[in-house]
Ligand binder design. Structure first.
Ligand code: ZN
Length: 385
């Protein structure tokens, strides 16, 4: 029954799939299943649409909540009573980007909380049941497991947002005293992340890198920088390299020289305004370039030597296995910090690379410590000796 339901939804979303290699359009759909108890199944679909005519990839979440014994979808009205909308709105207003109204229709049900996803807000809103206790319907409370949970979590903080997580990280950063030592004759590789920042993936990736005292290179999109200033500053503070991945993920080969320049310059400017540093390297979108681009772009262009296709695979273990079964001294590894599955893969990849004796360095360090100079208009994808 449950599987049928998932299959049905999977099929519906797959039906929407567009994959046209000529135009580099992508539609990726990932799903996570939550089982707060035996009666409820909650499914979260994370969808990324990157159609060739979009300025940048669209990322959004759709959810489905199903009551197995009643064989029907669960709506907010099945969970809440009274003036719950006002309560949810006040929680939403407190937590993030102010909106004139919030659409609470996308949410998942966990055993201790509801998590709401909004279209134009990247951070989900977490609502522990304890904060909306008086608005919960008794029929919902009667559900096995929820009731016991409510009693236990009474003294939780009022609301938990990812801002709190960022604040904590910033405090940690202040007492960061570890320095990295690079030994030029020992093996090294560069992890690179494209298309971010995206809080739900970039922050856990930064946490993993910090935990292991290693660095990476983030080829960011200029148009994602203003919204993620804290993340950009953190990258710089923690020693990562920031690269330019254009302003709005345009296919550069299709643009005029002026527009190519605009895509690059606008990104340089935006990053400089936020972080006080300017990228020294760039990665062309879709890895595609031609002579026109080589002439116009006044930076070295960085491609890669290992591509686990994390945007397609969406499975942490498979991504990690792809990388770990191929990695050699001098490799540049391509990943995307817009998927939670990639963030999980990084948790596997980083300690294992360290375990095998690799030093994890930025792209610029990889070339510098191998005695190679990156020059304008050239393409680089690895350093094999
Ligand atoms: Zn990209």
């Amino acid at each position: 029954m449950v599987n049928d339901k998932i299959y049905e939804f999977k099929k519906a979303f797959e039906g929407m799939g567009i994959l046209d290699s000529n135009f580099k359009s992508e539609l990726n759909m990932d799903y996570e299943i939550y089982r707060p108890n035996n009666e409820i199944i909650s499914v979260k679909f994370t969808i990324m649409e990157n159609l060739y005519f979009y300025a940048y990839p669209k990322l959004y979440v759709e959810t489905i909540n199903y009551d197995i014994s009643r064989e029907k979808n669960i709506k907010l009205e099945d969970i809440f009573k009274g003036r719950y909308k006002e309560r949810l709105e006040s929680l939403a207003l407190k937590y993030a980007d102010k909106q004139s109204s919030y659409d609470f229709s996308n949410f998942i049900i966990e055993s201790d909380k509801l998590v709401f996803y909004f279209d134009n807000i990247e951070k989900p809103l977490t609502v522990p049941y304890s904060t909306v206790k008086n608005y919960l319907k008794s029929s919902f409370l009667d559900l096995e497991s929820l009731e016991t949970f409510l009693v236990e979590i009474d003294n939780l903080p009022d609301i938990v947002t990812s801002d709190d997580i960022i604040d904590n990280v910033e405090n940690d950063v202040e007492d960061m005293t570890t320095t990295r030592i690079i030994t030029p004759d020992k093996p090294m590789v560069a992890l690179t992340f494209d298309d971010g920042p995206y809080a739900r993936a970039t922050i856990p990736i930064l946490d993993t890198l910090k935990k292991h005292n290693v660095v990476a290179t983030f080829f960011v999109l200029g148009n994602r920088v203003p919204k993620h200033q804290d993340i950009i500053k953190r990258m710089v503070y923690e020693g990562h390299e920031i690269g330019n991945h254009t302003y709005s993920h345009m296919q550069l080969t299709s643009l005029s020289k002026e527009n190519i320049k605009y895509q690059l310059d606008k990104t340089q400017e935006t990053i400089f305004q936020v972080a006080g540093v300017e990228p020294k390297i760039m990665r062309p979108t879709y890895g595609s370039y031609d002579n026109k681009i080589r002439e116009v772009i006044n930076m070295p262009m960085i491609l890669w030597s290992i591509d686990p296709q994390d945007w397609k695979v969406k499975n942490a273990e498979k991504i990690a296995n792809h990388v770990l079964s191929r990695v050699k001294n001098g490799d540049i590894i391509l990943l995307h910090d817009i998927f939670e599955s990639t963030a999980e893969a990084v948790e596997i990849i980083v300690p294992e690379l360290i375990n095998r004796g690799f030093q994890l360095v930025t792209v610029s360090e990889l070339y510098e410590y191998n005695g190679e100079i990156l020059s304008v208009g050239n393409i680089y994808n690895k350093v094999y000796k």
